[in-house]
Design a protein around this ligand. Structure first.
Ligand code: ADP
Ligand code: GLC
Length: 482
């Protein structure tokens, strides 16, 4: 049976991306084609999206829609089948989807993403006869009200899935938002959208979705306890019968070391001969000493508390003592940006830092670094360690969330190990993991085995897409309650 799914996402690769959510929203739909699941993704009409869709068909139009005129477009960008909510008063803004060019949240984010969810619900209820979905799939808080609008429509509706990519971002707004977004006051209760006197989009989605997924099985367990649940553990425990973890994959066409146009030397699992040239290119690019025997450790990350990179700063002297080099690409917290830049200035031959967003450099780090470190305090899934596996950069990761589920340490599986893991997430244990990494690196045979095992790991969307397809089919067979 073929199934139609409306996916609702606030970012989508390659059009607009701030993190892994975009990668997932962009790569899962094409992977689902092989499972006879037809996906159309609803995204906001940011300038980047409007440019990408070119010619598009207008399927709905409203003179007044959440404070201005709006249209729903049906369009295509490469292989992505899109619905675009073109509402310039909400989305025609410079920069990032969520924050002003000065870096503060847009004050009307509540209205902007309620509008997106509202249209998702309308499409779910059949507003566009050419595409009436069997399932509506909402990603993160920005789409969290889609199941809520469907619930309060009181009409026969399709079943809903809510995927939690990161519980740290919950979309909380003052109660007076409710009147402006057309939800009934009766929804403002403990069993509705209310959360400690505010409206929480994430909580609302978790409350009303028919099924909840997170992006790894371990994160699905972690969010049931107080620390991991970030204030929502109680609700998640209540709903645990409808909660499951499905690991992310990566787009193995974009991330393919054998064909990657963004790296100077192509390679594959059988022939890693071009890796040293990539390492040298990376060292040159970041002004590092051209030292082939130094273990070059890469980082590609948002710089935020979640990612544990303050711990890496703490252990930097130990890393340098081991004769290692560091290549870091990231942006985020001003304090971390400054501290990493200062470390690079103090050790220009050993520490290379690029503050900013640069996809080409991300590919070069994966292809040229010997190891990739991800010392996250929590990590719903994580994608950079998956790319690292595919590119023969040995992942050095904390034992949390999706990192725990995707990397094997020699202590877990001697001959089958793919990386180095550590727990608990402290500077001391990270330093120990880096010492183990340096030690393994100098045993060429052991290192090759880690690389080979990693490169043989299936990090594609094939397996995960089958699991999503199965979930959609099961839900589509079960009539949803109004
Ligand atoms: P998160 O979504 O929490 O930021 P993920 O590991 O799931 O973490 O996804 C991050 C994605 O963003 C990966 O595709 C990674 O390569 C990319 N990325 C992160 N920081 C940068 C950067 N500074 N430049 C280029 N790509 C980046
Ligand atoms: C979030 C998480 C990350 C995950 C990504 C895609 O941004 O922080 O762990 O890989 O979403 O699901």
């Amino acid at each position: 049976m073929s199934v139609r799914v409306l996916s609702v996402a606030s970012e989508i690769y390659p059009i607009i991306k701030t993190g892994g959510l975009a990668d997932v929203a962009g790569a899962l739909p094409p992977a689902l084609k092989a499972e006879a699941v037809e996906v159309r993704t609803l995204v906001p009409g940011y300038p980047q999206v409007m440019r990408a869709i070119g010619m598009a068909e207008e399927v709905l139009r409203w003179p007044e829609f959440f404070g201005g005129a709006g249209r729903l477009l049906l369009g295509k960008a490469d292989e992505l089948e899109l619905f675009v909510l073109d509402a310039p008063h909400l989305y025609a803004r410079a920069g990032n989807p969520y924050v002003t060019p000065e870096g503060v949240d847009w004050p009307d984010n509540g209205v902007r993403f309620a509008a997106l969810s509202r249209i998702a619900a309308d499409i779910g209820l059949g507003a566009v006869p050419a595409f009436v979905p069997d399932v509506v799939h909402a990603h993160d808080w920005q789409a969290g009200l889609a199941p809520v609008y469907l619930h309060y429509s009181g009409r026969p509706r399709p079943p809903t899935v809510m995927t939690v990519h990161n519980l740290a971002y919950q979309g909380r707004f003052q109660q007076d938002l409710l009147g402006r977004i057309g939800l009934p006051w009766e929804s403002f209760t403990l069993h509705g959208v209310e959360y400690y006197g505010e409206v929480s989009f994430m909580k609302a989605g978790l409350q009303f979705a028919d099924h909840i997924t997170t992006v790894s099985p371990t994160y699905a367990k972690e969010i049931l306890d107080e620390e991991g649940g970030m204030g929502l553990a109680g609700l998640l425990r209540e709903r645990s019968g409808a909660l499951s973890g499905i690991l992310n994959g990566i787009d193995i066409r974009v991330w393919n070391p054998a064909t990657d146009p963004q790296i100077p030397g192509r390679f594959n699992a059988r022939d890693l001969a071009a890796r040293p040239a990539n390492k040298a290119a990376l060292q040159r690019r970041l002004g590092l000493e051209l030292f082939p025997d130094s273990c070059l450790v890469g980082v590609i990350s948002r710089l935020s508390w979640q990612k544990g990179l303050d711990l890496l700063l703490e252990v930097l002297p130990a890393l340098l003592d081991e004769g290692m080099q560091l290549a870091l690409l990231g942006s985020g917290d001003a304090d971390l940006q400054e501290r990493f830049s200062a470390a690079a200035n103090a050790n220009p031959e050993r520490v290379g830092v690029f503050i900013g967003y640069d996809e080409g450099l991300a590919h070069l780090i994966q292809a040229g670094a010997d190891a990739l470190v991800v010392p996250s305090r929590f990590e719903p899934c994580g994608l950079t360690q998956l790319c690292a596996l595919r590119y023969g950069a040995v992942p050095v990761v904390s034992r949390v969330g999706g990192l725990e589920d995707t990397v094997l340490d020699p202590a877990d599986a001697a001959g089958a190990a793919t990386g180095i893991k550590f727990a608990p997430v402290t500077a001391e244990h990270l330093a120990r993991a880096l010492r183990r990494t340096a030690f393994a690196f100098h045993d060429k045979c052991a290192w090759r085995r880690l690389q080979h095992n990693g490169m043989a790991t299936d990090v594609s969307w094939r397996g995960p897409a089958k699991q999503y397809a199965e979930l959609y089919r099961r839900l589509a067979r079960t009539p949803a309650s109004a």
